[in-house]
Design a protein around this ligand. Structure first.
Ligand SMILES: [Zn+2]
Length: 281
């Protein structure tokens, strides 16, 4: 039995950004070619939900957090060219808009539009939620937490016209309360960042992924979870994650940024609307 390779990307772009969570298109294609040469096939996500979780073949899942437009313009055609699909986790409050929530030093990137999300879905990609506004979910009240999970789920279901049950935690941050709320809202699987050097897959609400960054040219280091390579990769991911969140001026004041972006955050009733400006959560 071989453990699946679950990779966590953010942006695939040649454009400069602070933080180093992007990879270049050239680098990304090199990663795809590496796993292809090693014989990895697309991972069937349903396998992760099976209690026995028997992976008889080498399988890979390319996942992308935040739902930036470059997932459609860069990652999608490259993966398609080599016979792979992917999974994208979307911050639904910013669909079709610029990343006001994460605008490090004024560098703006556009998010996927509804049409692009639909096309990815129809091409066999897994479409999942990454919350509505990208907060640290652990810090929300029960009411706010429920709204973040439910609103984003419904918004995506309206676009793809089928049930959406996959989630990825903003910043990879979660606890048992968040996991419980996810299950009660109707999600069946949730992805996080790497938390151990052995990569745990047992809990479907805490599926660990290997972060891939600008400094990762050779993907083969991600295939070895044994000591000491696994420990080194784990430490590297922790440091880059820390740097990425420090470099983002918006992340710790997300509510303020969301308000500036025109969204209301009063914790009242949920009003379903295609116009985010009218959305109350
Ligand atoms: Zn994110």
């Amino acid at each position: 039995m071989v453990n699946p390779l679950i990779l966590q990307y953010h942006k695939v772009t040649s454009r400069f950004e602070i933080g180093g969570t992007r990879v270049t298109p050239k680098q990304f294609e090199k990663h795809i070619i590496t796993v292809k040469k090693l014989g990895y096939k697309n991972l069937d996500v349903n396998k992760l939900l099976e209690p026995s979780k028997s992976f008889h073949q080498k399988s890979v899942l390319f996942t992308f957090d935040d739902g930036f437009e470059c997932v459609y313009t860069q990652a999608f055609p490259l993966l398609k060219k080599h016979g792979y699909s992917g999974a994208v986790f979307i911050v639904t409050g910013f669909i079709g808009r610029e990343n006001d929530w994460d605008a490090s030093f004024g560098l703006r990137f556009r998010h996927l539009s509804e049409e692009q999300i639909l096309e990815l879905d129809r091409s066999g990609w897994l479409i999942g939620s990454h919350s509505h506004t990208h907060p640290d979910l652990r810090k929300l009240t029960d009411r706010e937490l429920e709204a973040e999970l439910r609103v984003s789920k419904e918004r995506l279901e309206d676009i793809v016209n089928h049930e959406v049950t996959a989630f990825a935690y903003p910043f990879g941050l979660h606890d048992k309360r968040v996991e419980k709320f996810l299950a009660s809202v109707g999600y069946s699987i949730a992805f996080t960042s790497r938390k151990t050097y052995t990569m745990r897959l047992k809990n479907p609400f805490s599926v660990e992924r290997q972060g891939v960054y600008l400094i990762d040219w050779d993907l083969r280091t991600k295939l070895d979870n044994a000591f000491p390579v696994g420990l080194f990769e784990f430490a590297k991911q922790r440091i880059i994650n820390m740097f990425a969140s420090l470099s983002s001026i918006a992340r710790h004041d997300f509510r303020l940024m969301a308000k500036l972006a025109g969204m209301s955050f009063r914790t009242s009733k949920i009003v379903k609307s295609s116009d985010d400006k009218n959305l109350e959560i």
